[in-house]
Each structure stands twice: as C-alpha cells, then as structure tokens.
Design a protein. Sequence first.
Length: 268
Amino acid sequence: MGILNVTPDSFSDGGLYNEPLQAIERGQEIEAQGANILDIGGESTRPGSEPVSQDEEIGRVVPVVEQLAPLLRIPISIDTYRAEVARQAIDAGAQVINDVGGLRFDPEMGRLAAETGAGVIIMHSRGNRSELHNCGGDETATGVCRELYQTIEKAIEKGIDPASIVADPGLGFSKSSQGSLKILKSLGVFSTLGYPVMVGVSRKSFIKMDISGPKVTAWTTAAAVALAIGNGAHAIRVHDVAQMRAVAQMVEAIEQEDLGPTPNFQNS
C-alpha cells in the first residue's frame, strides 16, 4: 500500500503533494513503482497534529480521488475516520476505507462500510482523536490482539462482511516505542484473528533509532518491513514504494525457497 498524503503537515512528506497536480502525478508514480493499493489521506495523525474540519478534508482528498480513479488500475483507499469523507471518496472512486479510529470515532462509519461493501482496514487504537498517541493499557501483542478482535466483532455486528476486513495492530498508535517494537516482534499472534494483517511502520518515530549522522529511517523502515513480512504481515503501508517492494519480494523469495533437509554436520 503506497501512501499519498495530501496534507501540509504530515510528519515526513507534508506539503509535497497537497496541490492536486502534484498529488495526481505522485499517485500515478506510486502505481508505477509497484504498489497494489494507493492510500490517500487528507489529515495528518502524527503526534501533536491538529484535526482539520470535515469540509477541509473533503476538499483535499475528494478531487484527487476523483481524478486518479479513472487513471489507475489499482484500487484507492481513503485514510479517514469520518464517514462523510469516506462516503464522498467512495462516490468519487475509492474502494477501501482505512480508519485509524477502528470505526470508533464516527458512529456512521460502520454503517457506511456495510452499505457500500467497501474494503475496511480496522486499526487498533485507544481513546479519542486527541488521545491517539497517549500510551497506556496492555501493550503485549496478546492484549492488543484481544482488543482488536473485539473491535472487529463490533464491526461485523454492524453488517460489515468479514471477507472485506483487514486487521491493523496500529504500531505507533496508543503504544510506547518499546511496546510497538515488541508487538512487531510478536506479530504472528495476530494470525489467530483469521483476517489479513496490514502493518504500517514506514518512517514512524518508534523506528527512528538513536544513530548519529544523516537520518536512517529508510534503512530502519526496511528492517521493520522485512521483520513484519517474516512474522506474518500480508500487507505493508509505506512511503518508499519501490524500495520496500524490493524488500518484500526478497523476503518472500527467501521464505518460498525449498532448502531441503537440514544437513547434519556432526555426521559429515
């Protein structure tokens, strides 16, 4: 999943693609670099970010979705927690809803997803919009998995088709850096949910290691992406599509290789 932020204040690419022409060019580039899904967002959810009005978010994302939808072969995901934004984006051509609130922030979101049959990425988080990055609660993979399961069950009760659901453990949200790393290490626990698992680690603060010199988040992102795929992630949400696709393909090639029986060097 390639990220297209049409915002002025996202933590790593804010302001780069908030003009429609720039956004359209970048969306096409993301597809050309090998993304399978394009995720468009109009409000930053970085730590310390301020929410924008619903009208502002609609004005940022809907024209871009509308213009990109007929140009792309890959589906478009709308990154929003507001049902009206999602509704207008779907009318414009989006096919997936990616909700950092886990359908909790807007009571209409679940009904909208059920009515439209859109794919739904349900992310684990706690608290309201202003509390997204507050730490607290169980940070074990088992505890987060249990809470995410409960959120998904509520979504199904609202009529959402289980086949349309993707689970996201919400790394970097409502968790400490150490907690996010531990969950990444134990990501296999989320396979017990029975849904595809998507992981977003790209350029997040919890992978910005304390190393002197130039920023090395591309390298730490690659390490985290490789570990996530090796531990069972079915999808990864990234900024650097071409590079991370290469990482993903390498991990998959290693995993699929039949190495034959383990040699017994003691008897050699």
